[in-house]
Design a protein around this ligand. Structure first.
Ligand SMILES: NC(=O)c1ccc[n+]([C@@H]2O[C@H](COP(=O)([O-])OP(=O)(O)OC[C@H]3O[C@@H](n4cnc5c(N)ncnc54)[C@H](OP(=O)(O)O)[C@@H]3O)[C@@H](O)[C@H]2O)c1
Length: 294
């Protein structure tokens, strides 16, 4: 590998994200080979200087760093299988989403072929690939990460090594991403509540922003309570949330907005009260959520 200066890279998969990844390497002056299941998608990148490999064997043979941006780990394994004999000595980097088990499966398969593996995730949209505040994190062998990091820095200004396990990025993706749907559902519910009075969703954006900033500011304290199993620091108790359940139900009745998705949250609050966490911080819900209901 030629270090930070224009290591040849192969990008497997030129969907939305793969295209952006390949374009960033081209813009930074790297020799770029692209491969895609549907070959017709390569034309635009070829115009910008990419080499289009028609076979996966040629794609793998072209570069010491192979970056897979296919939809998932199964697709990566499936795509790479015919090139198994060409992988030795190369580094395979995955940037797709998927389960930790999927990452471990690809890592095992790749390393069994005397190649190296870095399981990564890109924490931004395709349009932000290459931006200085775009974060990518990786799990895998530290020495291999160090050898590849300068090349990967083309994709974003913040390049983080999470640890030696190859599935860590997938694990963090699942953990960090867990807030997305509940947070969005809350926003959509709020918009529906306002709509019952003819108020547009845009009216609440400034206040929702402040609210999310407040929640963000609590994260270190919540994490400390969880990590120390000491749920006494935050003022907002489980009981406080539990006692507001009737208001929740009254608002659903008043507005006709479907709040049925609250039911499992209400169950968790009731379980927490039953298990004696009523006067503890709301972060004590962690103790309930991490074990199955009896
Ligand atoms: N887009 C985003 O905002 C974003 C952000 C962060 C992370 N990601 C992650 O990046 C990955 C790619 O996302 P994307 O948005 O680029 O998706 P996309 O536009 O749907 O592209 C998917 C790519 O995977 C290929 N593919 C799918 N199944 C395949 C298979 N079985 N064998 C070979 N190739 C296969 C597709 O090939 P064809 O062209 O032949 O269909 C295409 O190149 C996903 O894991 C996604 O979670 C995306």
């Amino acid at each position: 590998m030629t270090g930070n200066n224009h290591t040849p890279v192969t990008v497997l998969g030129i969907g939305s994200m793969g295209r952006a990844v390949a374009a960033a390497f081209l813009a930074a002056g790297h020799p770029v080979t692209v491969w895609n299941r549907s070959p017709e998608r390569a034309a635009a990148l070829v115009e910008h200087g990419a080499v289009h490999a028609l076979s996966i064997e040629d794609a793998v043979a072209a570069s010491p760093v192979i970056i897979s941006v296919l939809t998932g780990f199964d697709a990566t394994l499936h795509a790479l299988a015919p090139a198994a004999g060409a992988l030795a000595g190369r580094t395979v980097v995955t940037l797709n989403s998927g389960s930790p088990a999927g990452a471990r499966a690809v890592a095992a398969w790749v390393t069994a072929r005397d190649a190296r593996f870095l399981g990564g995730a890109i924490k931004n949209v395709p349009a932000a690939v290459g931006d200085s505040d775009t974060l990518l994190y990786f799990g895998g062998d530290r020495a291999n990460f160090d050898a590849t990091a300068d090349t990967l820095r083309v994709l974003g200004g913040e390049i983080v090594h999470l640890g030696p396990e190859p599935d860590l990025a997938a694990l963090y993706e699942a953990a960090v991403g867990a807030t997305l749907l509940p947070a969005l559902l809350g926003f959509f519910e709020g918009a529906a509540v306002l709509a019952t009075r003819g108020i547009p969703a845009a009216a609440m954006v400034p206040y929702s922003r402040k609210w999310l900033q407040m929640i963000e500011s609590l994260l270190p304290l919540l994490a400390e309570e969880i990590d120390t199993a000491d749920y006494t620091k935050l003022g907002s108790s489980v009981a406080l949330f539990h006692d507001s359940l009737p208001e929740d139900q009254a608002l659903a009745a008043e507005t006709g907005v479907d709040m049925s998705w609250h039911a499992p949250m209400h169950d968790l609050l009731r379980r927490a009260i039953a298990e004696g966490y009523g006067e503890q911080s709301i972060s004590a819900l962690y103790e309930v959520i991490r074990k199955p209901a009896a």
